[in-house]
Design a protein. Structure first.
Length: 49
């Protein structure tokens, strides 16, 4: 997105776009990024194979 497009929207439209992108990012992290707490580097690397 360019600054001109965001400037042409109202403040609510820009905030809605930010909310949509943030929600998508959060869902991606929850669903696809594995938990690595308490695991060794070798265990983490093996889980990506």
């Amino acid at each position: 997105m360019t600054a001109n497009l965001l400037l042409s929207w109202s403040a609510g439209g820009t905030f809605a776009c930010y909310t949509l992108v943030s929600t998508f990012t959060l869902m991606f992290i929850i669903l696809w990024v594995p938990e690595t707490k308490g695991r060794t580097l070798e265990e983490i690397q093996w889980s990506f194979r």
